[in-house]
Ligand binder design. Structure first.
Ligand SMILES: Cc1cc2nc3c(=O)[nH]c(=O)nc-3n(C[C@H](O)[C@H](O)[C@H](O)COP(=O)(O)OP(=O)(O)OC[C@H]3O[C@@H](n4cnc5c(N)ncnc54)[C@H](O)[C@@H]3O)c2cc1C
Ligand code: SF4
Length: 335
């Protein structure tokens, strides 16, 4: 590990100022991703600004504004506290399931909501500094494009990068239309819809998100919805714990009698960002919640898939996962 300076911030304003002034500084929240990356020499900050004492951890009902009636989670709140909060369990069980499907109890006790959104890819070539990787070292090439790419993307990849984004929490947030609140050094607040928060790799795979250096994630807002009774997060992975998704599906439905009024489908493990399946959602609206219609929606999602040399299995796995997640959602979230 390289030498670095450690500073504990006392308030959000000075933390943001310190980060903005130094392009090689990083915020340190739970440290469960950043410190690993530093130990592997992938991230090389010269300064860590510890933001874990800033507060900004509360989960609360939203009393005003466009998301009135929804719930706000502090950017520095712990994943464990978000997943287990009564407001989240009652109104957004999909989010509880997704968070609890990730990492381990000990890690979730340290990991924060903002840090979870900003965790970096688990592509093994990104972690191995002797290998080419455009995300870690722009212009060096992509080790995974012609290498072992079983865990990699089937949607939205570019020749520059075929990595997937690893967060489970963010997949549920995508299905729930969450909004990320950020603050900059001028004290200005910005609200970023989750769909615009993460990026596809394009020609700049080194940029995971549309966050500007210096911005602090202060909160994540969840708009109110009528999806809590019928939702489910399905995560398919190589082993039952401590493994990232091969494919995951956040599914939620609102029904009226036998008819679907509203559908939400977002996928993880398939792209450089949570992959929202808007076309398939529209296909389901006004239809009956039957296996045949779920199959049709799943086919529509996967029609756009472009698998790599080693991950064609994700296309069939994705289809089956979408159908099972929708069926389980219809069944009140019980498999
Ligand atoms: C063994 C292991 C298994 C895991 N398995 C899973 C899994 O199955 N599913 C899953 O989803 N995740 C998994 N994770 C990832 C884990 O969820 C993340 O490491 C964690 O959420 C990151 O949060 P943190 O607070 O520790 O972030 P940190 O490591 O402190 O920070 C991560 C990044 O975010 C930045 N940052 C942090 N907070 C803010 C903020 N408020 N504003 C702006 N920038 C900020 C930091 O500067 C840094 O760049 C796993 C991790 C490990 C180590
Ligand atoms: S897929 Fe992306 S992260 Fe992985 S080696 Fe290629 S450029 Fe790097």
């Amino acid at each position: 590990m390289r030498p670095f300076t450690y500073t504990r911030a006392n308030d959000a304003t000075s933390a943001i100022k310190l980060l903005t002034e130094n392009p090689n500084a990083r915020f340190l929240a739970g440290g469960t991703n950043l410190l690993d990356l530093m130990k592997e020499d992938v991230e090389r900050p010269n300064t860590l600004i510890d933001i874990s004492d800033l507060g900004l951890a509360e989960v609360k009902s939203i009393a005003n504004g466009v998301n009135k009636g929804g719930v706000s989670m502090g950017g520095l709140g712990k994943n464990t506290d978000a997943a287990n909060h009564p407001l989240i369990r009652q109104h957004y069980p999909l989010l509880t399931q997704a968070i609890l499907a990730g990492a381990s109890g000990q890690l979730r006790n340290m990991a924060t909501n903002g840090g979870n959104l900003l965790q970096r890819t688990r592509c093994p070539y990104f972690y191995e500094v002797s290998m080419p990787c455009n995300k870690r070292a722009p212009g060096t090439g992509c080790g995974a494009r012609e290498g072992i790419n079983r865990m990699h993307a089937i949607f939205g990849w570019s020749d520059q990068c075929v990595a997937v984004y690893p967060s489970d929490m963010a997949v549920a947030l995508a299905a729930l239309d969450a909004v990320v609140h950020v603050r900059n050094a001028a004290g200005q607040e910005r609200q970023i819809p989750i769909a615009d928060f993460h990026r596809l790799p394009g020609n700049q795979p080194e940029k995971d998100t549309n966050l500007v250096h210096g911005e602090l994630i202060t909160a994540i807002e969840l708009p109110p919805n009528r999806l809590a009774d019928k939702s489910y997060y399905l995560k398919v992975r190589d082993r039952a714990s401590y493994a990232f998704a091969l494919v995951s599906v956040a599914a939620a439905l609102e029904t009226e009698g036998a008819m679907i009024k509203q559908a939400r489908i977002a996928m993880g493990g398939v792209a450089h960002k949570p992959w929202r399946a808007l076309k398939a959602e529209q296909l389901l609206v006004g239809k009956e919640a039957t296996e045949a219609n779920f199959n049709q929606a799943a086919e529509a999602v996967m029609a756009d898939a472009k698998p790599l040399a080693h991950n064609a299995f994700k296309v069939e796995l994705g289809k089956r996962s979408i159908v099972l997640a929708l069926q389980t959602a219809m069944n009140g979230g019980k498999l």
